[in-house]
Design a protein around this ligand. Sequence first.
Ligand code: IFM
Length: 456
Amino acid sequence: MWQPRGRSVLTGLLTLIGCMPGCQPRPQPVGVPFPAVFQWGAASAAHQVEGGNTTNDWWLHEQQPGTIAHGDRSGEAVDHYHQFDRDFAEAAAMGHTAHRLSIEWSRIEPTQGHYDEAAWRHYDAVFASLARHHLRPMVTLWHFTNPQWTMAQGGWLNPRTGAAWVTFVEAVVARYQGQVRDWITLNEPNVYGFHAYDIGLWPPRHKNRDEAITAIINLLKAHGQASRAIHRLDPTARVGIANHIALFAPQNRWNPLDHLKAYLVDNLFNRMPIEAQVTGRIRVWAPGVTSRDETVPELAGSVDFIGLNYYTRWRQSVFDSSDQLVTAGAPVNDLGWEYYPEGLHEALLTLRPYHLPVVVTENGTADRSDRQRSALLTATFQGLRAAMADGIDLRGYYHWSLLDNFEWADGFRPAFGLMHVDRAALGMPRTWRPSAYLYRDLIRAARPAGDVAVGP
Ligand code: IFM
């Protein structure tokens, strides 16, 4: 079991003079084999692909003008609600062995305490389809959306939301244990907390950093309870959180204050949630906002693996209030995020101290032209092998995403899909992008001969 290690003054000083976030990993051999248990797949989330999620907070939010880029609304999304079987057939044809999806809480429980039988039957059919296509499910139990009734009760600022969600989690796990063993309780609680309660871009559109930290802490505490409940219902279950890790590096490597800013942002955004889920200790130090230190017994040892969502690196400067500056001259994707696939290896190395299995639960890029995605996939496979050579116990890679989808406040323009979706055409036809063929070939080459998809 991982033992908590305090971040010493020495560690802090080493960070300031040049390594930790932003340091370059050494070049690695390319021949490291992937273990037979390794899962290959793609990840998605209900609200971004299903369509028709009318009873959650995002649906309400989208109806207000000015909330989503280009006036988009999730609407029918990419109609995965009706086309899931065909979509899973395509994933299987790409050689995927697993698929990460989320169950929409607001569909199952549209009003508090009332579980919708048709919604259950829909997900029954989804899991039957995954099994038919030999795709091992990894199921996310909360991916940013909330039933509207929870928001009327104060959303994630109210610990009762966590208690209500744990009840939903118990119902889901009771129904699907035996079909599902890999559970992601929460997707990116850090991203949600800051977007919904600090930056104010996502519902409920608050602008208060202290509230953002409270929401993240309430999510983490609920995760701790959910993890206990899942293991109680199925002792063979494997539970994790999909943690968004962004790399934070100084804008000016000679400026110690830029290093300090990168260190503080990294600590609050990346390390705090991971340390909490592993050790049970929640330590927040946000100068000028709040500092918290509490121990939550349910959180200690609450994850069987660490989920990593990696996308990009952000520069930090004391002369700029933004914490999302892009490296000067660097290539960027369609959302203006630095294209930096080498960072996956760096992000994986930050997880080494926890001595737990790691799953890359998301990684990809917004690239409608598909000019960057193939190079990203090639670099990613090198990064995965390099991380394994460095001792990371890697168990899976889930590309974000199988299909183009609804990218929250950025709407439908950013295209993350291995498959392009023509939303304007009848039936929303899907087409493989060139990178989908490449991913298939990389998986083929990486899988040990004779390896078959492992069932739950
Ligand atoms: O689309 C999102 C997803 O919902 C969470 N992780 C990052 C993705 C790309 O921004």
